[in-house]
Design a protein around this ligand. Structure first.
Ligand SMILES: [Zn+2]
Length: 315
């Protein structure tokens, strides 16, 4: 009911604004207008679209996608988009309301999870399980963080380029050329991760945090332990989980415990205090801090930090 009212209000504001500015797409610019929900897709469009697109990031820097609530302005942005790129999945349940509000104005909609082999969320030994997970046991929850694997990222970039070409065939050559050079950079990143893993003494990562890196670990054959699965979990672990992680780090003399971006680092800090292990940030890239965004950091530059962090943790 509440959702329906929000929807109606959004639709109303939207239609008013369309009248008010007499909006004809494209408006201020004749470039292809692209709107993305998440930072990695925003960055992929930036790299592949170059000067031929105007790209907007909906879940802005420093915001959490899992608690994001769209505003009427977001519905307007969406209605002005030629191409809308979202991830899909439970964390983006709000996208449906936005699409309903944007109604017939909406251009191409690209759902990235449709372009990857999605994996069910895993419960690892020692992990804290949320109460609602235990209740809805028969429902499979899919892990949504598909872009964390550079190999999957390459597939997603191909799908993005295809959508840009279809929406704006006049600039197809530019899109294809930039896709080619970006795929080469992703392939080089992939090679670097493989080299780190091949030369490593160990294969287990310990996250004193939520764990959005299932696809990354699968791609590189890495094992992991974490306080919570996925990324929408609680931030207070049980004592049993904390103890399990501390024991694991001690028993295997693991040099580094990982935390993710925008984390309080509380759990990693507690494990580090108890064991003397270092703390390193592993960037899921799901969102980006305001500081990193303003500095012009990219998926590749954040992933390069991960190459270094992985070296530290696997030595
Ligand atoms: Zn997440």
């Amino acid at each position: 009911m509440k959702k329906r009212i929000v929807c109606i209000i959004l639709a109303l504001i939207l239609s008013l604004s369309m009248v008010a500015c007499g909006a004809e797409r494209p408006q201020s610019s004749d470039k292809l207008q692209v709107v993305c929900t998440l930072f990695p897709y925003y960055d992929f469009v930036r790299q592949i679209g170059g000067d031929d697109v105007d790209v907007t990031l909906l879940v802005t820097a420093g915001r959490e996608v899992h608690s994001f609530e769209p505003t009427p302005l977001d519905a307007i942005r969406l209605a002005e988009a030629d191409v809308f790129i979202c991830n899909g999945g439970e964390s983006e349940a709000w996208v449906k309301d936005l699409l309903d509000a944007a109604g017939e104005h909406i251009g191409t909609v690209l759902v990235m999870m449709d372009h990857a082999d999605v994996l069910a969320e895993e419960i690892q030994e020692g992990m804290q399980v949320r109460e609602d997970d235990e209740e809805g046991e028969d429902e499979i929850e899919y892990d949504e963080h598909i872009w964390t694997s550079p190999v999957i990222a390459m597939e997603l970039c191909r799908a993005i380029a295809q959508a840009l070409i279809e929406a704006d065939p006049a600039h197809a050559d530019g899109y294809r050329a930039r896709l080619g050079s970006y795929l080469a950079q992703l392939a080089a990143l992939d090679t670097d991760f493989r080299q780190v893993v091949d030369g490593a003494r160990r294969t287990t990562l310990v996250f004193g945090d939520r764990f959005p890196l299932l696809y990354f670990c699968r791609t590189y054959g890495l094992d992991y332990r974490a306080a919570f699965h996925g990324c929408a979990g609680d931030t207070e672990p049980s004592l049993a989980t904390l103890k399990y992680l501390i024991d694991k780090v001690e028993a295997e003399q693991i040099p580094v415990v990982y935390t993710i971006e925008l984390s309080s680092q509380k759990i990693a800090g507690a494990i580090s205090d108890a064991t003397g292990a270092g703390i390193a940030t592993f960037y899921s890239c799901q969102t980006v801090s305001r500081e990193d965004f303003n500095r012009g950091e990219t998926y590749l530059s954040l992933m390069r930090r991960n190459v270094d962090a992985l070296k530290e943790g696997l030595q």
